[in-house]
Ligand binder design. Sequence first.
Ligand code: DQQ
Length: 505
Amino acid sequence: MAIGTIWFSTVNYEANSSFPSRIAAQIQRRSEMSQNRHRPRYHFLPPANWMNDPNGLIQWRGRYHMFYQHNPFAAVWGNMSWGHAVSDDLVHWHDLPIALRPDSEGVDTDGCFSGIAVNNNGVATIVYTGVVEPAQLACIATSTDDDLIHWEKHPNNPVIKSTPPDLDLVAYRDHSVWREDGMWYQVVGAGIKGVGGAALLYRSHDLVDWEYLHPLCVGDVNQRDPVWTGTMWECPLFLDLGEKHALLISAWDHATFYTVCMVGTYANKRFTPELTYKIDLGDNFFYAPQAMRDDQGRWLMWGWLQEGRSQEAQVADGWSGVMSLPRVVTLRPDGRLGLAPAPELKTLRQAPKQFHSRSIAPGQRNLLDGLQGDCIELIAEIEVGDAEQGGLRLRCSPDGSEETLLYYDRNAGQLVLDTSKSSSDPSTERTNRSGPYRPAAGEPIRIQLFIDRSCIEAYVDGWCCLTGRIYPAHEESLGIDLFAQGGTATLRHLTAWPLNDIGRP
Ligand code: DQQ
């Protein structure tokens, strides 16, 4: 088994101690990995090994910094450290050395779990979860260099010494921190036994001394409608959107992973949800999101695209986990969150191909003149007409044995990513992803879609996202086509742009 070899080779880029040699090793590792055919080409992921949650997103001295949960030693979860990359344009990322790693003694020997970064009067400060099992407690670290490379853990860590004594908790970790009325506020993710997930609210003058106030919001473990919010809320994310606030939580319960968005009102330091729904119909393929407000005042959000293939395949390939594209988050007049890919991504576009006015009858194929691509962006408007289902076929093999369908199901009122035929490799996950969606009355469905090898990211009507992972077994599964069933749909127009690889410095 190749595991031993992989472990050995992937460990190298971290084993070098000098900064330039570590960066050089990261670049070499990236170029070795780029040949892997499921590895995305314009989504961010580390040079090698494991990545999960986005962490510590911050714009600092004009540059975008992304930290992420990372195992530097293998393509499996473990040794939780904070990987680090920086970008000037939100598109191209430069790797930097690991920012935080577990110490051999102290308050995070079992991992530096997820957290955030804030600007505390000119001092970049991370609030993260230090783990010494079974304790998972808030810790802080500061950096005073312009590139946020060196981090000092605070001597008073953990800065929150224990969980609130009156609460019987399932778990307690992860942080969202903001400034309000001249004070720092934070919520910590938690679950209250027998009650539901919770976001616990704290207040501080200096990010070091924290006073527990009360739950900002508590879920109901017995409530399934409109969406179950799990037994514990990981990675709470509290966003001030002006008229409304949004609390995003990663609903957790052993095998359950998806992100729930609650839009509502924040008053008297309590949050009351008014609208609750899944922020991405891909469930675990968009998990643990985090957001930053940039110099332009935009909320930019990233989430972790989990893998849909076996752990053996991940270890054999030497990488696991992908970061979503940056999503601009806004508040829509209908109360939902608007979600759009950051416009900076347009710089990746090559010459477009355009298609207009095509009718789509069931079973018809090759309606897009042989369009192909696994590194491509599409914008399409489709009228479902009298069809029961209408949409797109993606990553189709010439013999039709492999294909992925993205369509609107009119009768069910659902957006569906049908992955049942995405791969003839039985070890890949092929469970369909779907959820409530209807276009506005009389309107076509407007799809902006990104295919990046194993990643599919769909943005429909500017609010309904569906992210998936697919692993076609055949190299020639590159076809893109139109799809209708139970009647005839119509393509108004479709533009396709092959996208550039983001390359590496
Ligand atoms: N991942 C981190 C935790 C968080 C979980 C550990 C969510 O802090 O709760 O890697 O994916």
